[in-house]
Design a protein around this ligand. Structure first.
Ligand SMILES: Cc1cc2nc3c(=O)[nH]c(=O)nc-3n(C[C@H](O)[C@H](O)[C@H](O)COP(=O)(O)OP(=O)(O)OC[C@H]3O[C@@H](n4cnc5c(N)ncnc54)[C@H](O)[C@@H]3O)c2cc1C
Length: 377
């Protein structure tokens, strides 16, 4: 396809957009402000919707390799280890073609980049993107460059989006830590989450030698003292795998994040500009679907542009096709997060009892919604 695109951001969304361009034979240029945008981070869970979309974007080989380390056992338990819900992983595999997997984020990003034939990423702070009758221009520390169209994919704090549609992230009342262990500390192919009172811990096996984990703690627990020290103390009563994960991670390797999302409703296309990933619809990380949505964006954009070409009309169709899905996911993940962080003992006990009783009945309805209609074998 004879067009030249600019892609702002070389995170998961920008790289996925590049993969879509590659599938279409469209020439593109990536911009990123970071020194090495492919490095860093810990682990990331990829559910079947992400794996299906990656396959559509030309990464079938990668998907087949990571699928060999799939999660075949997992669920949700209380902070004392009583099982509340077993994930229907065999059912998910049957319905959607894959078990979920957990991979190192830098490995995912590097493989995506390699699949693009390792293009040069222009190191530049992009200040704004302007659309005109014939195309769009990327303005930043590199100067100004014109393209037939531009994809904005520079994350939740996107400067380019804010110039077109100013919006501030919404904070939550909890904060998160993430880490990756050195050495085998949990059973391979397992993913579990433990719910306490305003404290939550989850892990997923990345390989027999490493485990990705996260902890989320309500701010109200953290008023005094160094917050990770306080969080660690709160986690001491959690089951042994939690202690094992923390003990096998150097403090200096633990990342701390504010948990926030974008209010739903951000436009996903404006003239010759399309938005993808967190720049358009950052969701809370509670269910581990933000990266998956970014990859889905690119797969849908690929489908639409393949039929309708690079044009404002095609970008409008793309935005229409994504609107409902990303809005629903923002709502569901935020609501779930609030419920999972309930701190009052009585309310949390009631939640646990309800979850235990209704999970097997309503769980599959929820999974259908989360995994969406694009996942297929
Ligand atoms: C704690 C936590 C856990 C998560 N766990 C999961 C999970 O298990 N599974 C899952 O699917 N998702 C998960 N997510 C969500 C996922 O990480 C994000 O949705 C995903 O990384 C978004 O990718 P992105 O490319 O849109 O944005 P980003 O990853 O933020 O990438 C944006 C890129 O743009 C660059 N950039 C920023 N500003 C500029 C600028 N002005 N000019 C040029 N470049 C710029 C940045 O350097 C960066 O490389 C999690 C998120 C968090 C916070």
């Amino acid at each position: 396809m004879a067009a030249r695109l600019g892609i702002v951001g070389a995170g998961i969304a920008g790289l996925a957009a590049g993969l879509a361009c590659r599938q279409l034979g469209i020439d593109f240029q990536l911009f990123d402000a970071a020194e090495d945008p492919l490095a860093g981070g810990t682990g990331i869970t990829l559910w079947p919707n992400a794996l299906c979309a990656l396959s559509e974007l030309g990464m079938r080989n990668f998907v087949d390799v990571v699928a060999s380390n799939a999660m075949t056992n997992g669920g949700i338990a209380t902070d004392r280890g009583a099982v509340l819900y077993s994930l229907p992983l065999a059912w998910i595999r049957r319905q959607y073609g894959y078990f979920p997997v957990c991979v190192r984020r830098d490995v995912l990003q590097r493989r995506m980049y390699e699949a693009l034939d390792e293009p040069k990423i222009v190191r530049a702070q992009v200040h704004r993107v302007l659309t005109s009758k014939d195309g769009a221009v990327v303005v930043g520390s590199h100067g100004q460059l014109w393209y037939d169209a531009v994809i904005i994919a520079d994350g939740i704090h996107s400067q380019a989006r804010n110039c077109l549609y100013p919006v501030q992230p919404r904070p939550t009342h909890y904060t998160a830590w993430r880490g990756m262990t050195h050495g085998a500390v949990v059973d391979p192919a397992t993913m579990w989450e433990y719910w306490g009172l305003g404290v939550r811990f989850g892990y997923a096996s990345v390989s027999p030698q490493s485990t990705y984990w996260f902890a989320t703690v309500n701010q109200s627990h953290l008023r005094d003292g160094d917050s990770w020290t306080v969080a660690r103390t709160l986690l001491e009563r959690f089951p042994p795998p939690v202690q094992a994960c923390i003990a096998a991670t150097a403090d200096s390797d633990i990342l701390h994040h504010r948990v926030q999302d974008l209010p739903p409703g951000c436009p996903m296309a404006m003239g010759h500009i399309a938005l993808m990933g967190d720049a358009a619809h950052a969701i809370t990380p509670n269910l581990g679907f933000g990266g998956a949505l970014a990859i889905e964006d690119a797969a849908v954009w690929l489908e639409v542009v393949r039929d309708a070409g690079v044009s404002p009309a095609a970008f409008g169709i793309y935005a229409d096709r994504r609107r409902r899905r990303v809005r629903q996911m923002a709502y569901v993940t935020r609501q779930f997060g609030d419920i999972m962080q309930w701190q009052s003992k009585g309310v949390a006990c009631l939640r646990n009892a309800l979850f235990y009783m209704t999970g097997p009945v309503f769980g599959r309805v929820m999974w259908r919604r989360l995994l969406g209609s694009r996942s297929r074998p």
